[in-house]
Design a protein. Structure first.
Length: 310
């Protein structure tokens, strides 16, 4: 059997616990296609899985291949596949882990076609960030014009899309970001940007209807004080939010689910210039362990993408 490159998690821990390995190439099962991966997005979940922070929520048999989103070309199709064919350019979530590999078998139903004018690196930045932003924004209920929404981590990949979607919905958008990223977040559509490295957001905002927490930790803890009486916090960073919320407060943990139709719509809007997608850096495959660690330690505007051709 042929072997391929993959970024493998060997044990829970720091950067040294992952490394490039040779693994057996997969074959598509019924309903799957085999994708030749050209680019993949780097996400905070990569280092959270690496360090074991979500092992109770997502138990794994180690070693395992990391990576949760990809863009590439269909190389083979499994039995029952009808919508995609060999040669199609596709993007999507992995539907679990395993995107950091040269070949990946993916369910046909969760993949979307890449717009003709979009390259693989641009496409790989979209599946997780864009869909997570859309779904988390609506997770607590419909968005009404005039709602006051606070977005933590607004300069990141998910936060940047959330700002744009909230603005489109007619909300008054408050956002936290580093001072260095203020102008970028304002350009995305935020009405107010609080520079968290210069001021405390709870001294500036109040009566917030919805908090989108993409940061967690003490940022979440401090957010309860700015919430309106009937408001809610939706967090992608704190699985225990519902059980740790103060009495009488509504806290919801959000988990992204694939939505191929929505992703294709958003990708076309990005390609047409109606939405902005920001790529902070493009890295080669061998730099993946270091790039995942930088995602943990450094704040960057937009997404980092690994280009398999570099």
């Amino acid at each position: 059997m042929n072997t391929i490159r993959a970024l493998q998690l060997n044990e829970y821990g720091g950067p040294q616990s992952i490394g490039v390995a040779s693994i057996d190439a997969p074959s598509p099962a019924p309903g799957q296609v085999l994708v030749r991966v050209h680019a993949a997005g780097i996400n905070g979940l990569d280092w959270k899985v690496r360090e074991g922070y979500v092992r109770d929520v997502f138990p794994l048999d180690l070693p395992t291949v990391l990576g949760i989103e990809l863009a590439g070309t269909v190389e083979a199709v499994g039995e029952g596949v009808t919508a995609l064919k060999v040669g199609d350019r596709v993007m999507g979530p992995r539907g679990g882990l395993g995107a950091y590999a040269d070949l990946v078998a993916v369910d046909e139903a969760i993949l979307s076609r890449i717009p003709p004018s979009m390259n693989f690196v641009e496409a790989a930045a979209l599946p997780v960030a864009a869909i997570a932003a859309w779904q988390s924004l609506h997770h607590a209920g419909p968005i009404r014009a005039g709602q006051r929404i606070l977005i933590h981590g607004a300069a990141g990949g998910v936060g940047g899309f959330a700002v744009q979607f909230a603005r489109r919905a007619g909300a008054e958008v408050f956002a936290t970001a580093r001072a260095a990223h203020r102008d970028e977040v304002l350009a995305l559509g935020a009405d107010h940007v609080i520079a968290y490295d210069q001021e405390d957001f709870e001294q500036t905002v109040a009566n917030i209807d919805l908090v989108l927490d993409y940061v967690g930790g003490e940022v979440l803890d401090r957010s309860w004080s700015v919430l309106a009486d009937d408001g809610a916090i939706v967090s992608s960073a704190s699985p225990a939010i519902a059980s740790t919320a103060p009495a009488g407060r509504r806290g919801l943990w959000f988990v992204n689910t694939p939505d191929a139709a929505r992703l294709e719509t958003i990708a076309n809007e990005v390609a047409d210039g109606q939405l902005r997608s920001r790529i902070a850096a493009t890295v080669p495959f061998d730099d993946l362990p270091a790039a995942i660690e930088r995602n943990r330690t450094a704040s960057q505007p937009g997404k980092t993408v690994v280009d398999f051709s570099l």
